[in-house]
Design a protein around this ligand. Sequence first.
Ligand code: AMP
Ligand code: ZN
Length: 667
Amino acid sequence: MPSNIEQKIEQLREELRVHNYNYYVLDNPTISDYEFDVKLKELEILEEENPHLFDPNSPTQRVGGQITKNFETVVHKNRMYSLDNSYSKEDLLDWEKRIQKLLGTDDINYTCELKYDGASINLTYEDSKLVRAVTRGDGFQGDDVTTNIKTIKSVPLILNEKNIDSFEIRGEIILPLDGFKKMNEERIEAGEDPYSNPRNTASGSLKLQDSAEVARRPLDCLLYHVVSDKNIKPTHFETLEYARKLGFKIPKAIEVCNSIEEVFDFIEKWNTKRFELPYETDGIVVKVNSLEQQDELGYTAKSPRWAIAYKFKAAQGSTVLNEITYQVGRTGAITPVANLEPVQLAGTIVKRASLHNADQIEKLDIRVGDTVFVEKGGEIIPKIVGVDLSKRPLNSIPTEYITRCPDCDTLLVRNEGDAKHYCPNEYGCPTQITGRIQHYISRKAMDIDGLGAETIELLFKEGLIHNYADLYELKEDQIIPLERMAEKSAQNIVLGIQKSKEIPFEKVLFALGIRYVGETVAKKLAKHFKSIDNLLNATFEQLISVDEIGDKIAESVINFSNNLVNIQLIERLKSYGVQLEISEKDLQHLTNILQGKTFVVSGVFTEFSRNDLKKSIEDNGGKVASSISKKTDYLVAGDKMGPSKRTKAESLGVPIISEIEYLKMIS
Ligand code: AMP
Ligand code: ZN
């Protein structure tokens, strides 16, 4: 009975919506992750079987998957202003005086909020549903990033209260610190440069073309301003409380202050307490609480008169630099680390600081024995921002950056454009050798069960492996005698290695550890070149002609293929049966026939499942969108397609084709 199914789907959507809210906004889950996944899966299947009941705001839509090549520019209905900044109590007192004069009263209350350090976003709801999310852009117009924002679990797709005609709210998309740290650990493991800070990573995430990639990032959304022509509540504070009830994540650290002195107390309190927060803040924002007074004060050309930001000073301390040590990465990159006399900074004890590279040491003339200024601006690793020259010991000598690798003693190189020095001894430097094999076996690469980083080190130390191809020659009886090994673990290792021969080419390509060829790039290259031979024979021009492949990646691939050692390794991998080309099955379908064409798929099909049809469109170079617009080239209509889709396609003149007609297009 279709109506029963419809009810079931609706019920699951509502249930999942509430659990999602409990988990991501209230931080108070009432069911286990497993139970949640089971329900989500159930809904996915029902929706798949009943495509006419598709809903863009269903909890299933949060996994992303849509690709946006160009984000549409949208003019803001209400301009998104910046904030005036202040840096001292005097600045704030000046501001207070100005607004008292304008309002003709000193009866003013303030709300104090933290200034969340991320990327601003404007969310529009119609009929209680999220319809649009737009970046700030230049304040007048921004980019429509709705598909990406929908993947952020704390952004409600449907409000807790039904029948809210229209609602607009602003907030900040942030990347919490632990999530940022985890992302960077993964990047370092993949041989990619770590992201520099959570803010840039958050704002970069909004403009990613692949929404599934956004879904994987642990982004969060904190709201701070309801936009409305007529004031919903008399004060800003009450309006935010109301928004919280609707399902938005409004941080608890908001306070109403009855005087500017109370504002100072708030600043004092959060100046250090902010380091306990799971995300970065760069100041506080003071706002006039009464919305009537806000309206009266209005705006300057740049910012509201009723609000002002107070920027925190970064927590600074000074301490003695005991030693500079150098770390070697998997790609041979050298990172200097400052080992400090422990110092208390913003509530934590700091012992090490990043020195980044040789330039920074030289620029600041940092020397061992110096008293240095250490700053913790909310970043995870504190940095050295200067030297207290008055305390420099008389016998101090300038730092000479190491010239040889601390690991293998090879002369370091630094090529033009490189921020860091590198150890060029790719195939002899122990850290690089084990690092490369560790990367090869890692979960996102060959995912070899039974093997871990420590085992790789052990096997290398024992002289059993020197590169990843050697893994395939390992015998159980070579492993059994090793420390902490037994028959069972040896068996598992060999079995795991053999099983890795089934891993598809795109992952193998990533596993090879070519510099700058991360997971996504590997996928692109695999799809385009289809085999390792094609890739390694490609010219620079051919490489950069691939979407999103730039000079840096192209050069790195060419360097890799010019190295005989690599070619030999790859020949060996081939001989063991590792997948070094896209399999026959995948190959049959790949063309570029549909390049530049956008499809919307709706209804139930007989020749394909809906997902297979979408995949087929993409495999042939086309793009799949979820809703019909002027940019849609074809609507592929199956059985039971929703009538509204048909009407919309007809009104926009979008051709409606059957799956048979589609098959003819690609044959
Ligand atoms: P600025 O970019 O320095 O002009 O600062 C203005 C920006 O601060 C706004 O566009 C917001 O994105 C951001 N912001 C962060 N937290 C808040 C908050 N609690 N209230 C208002 N704006 C905030
Ligand atoms: Zn080395």
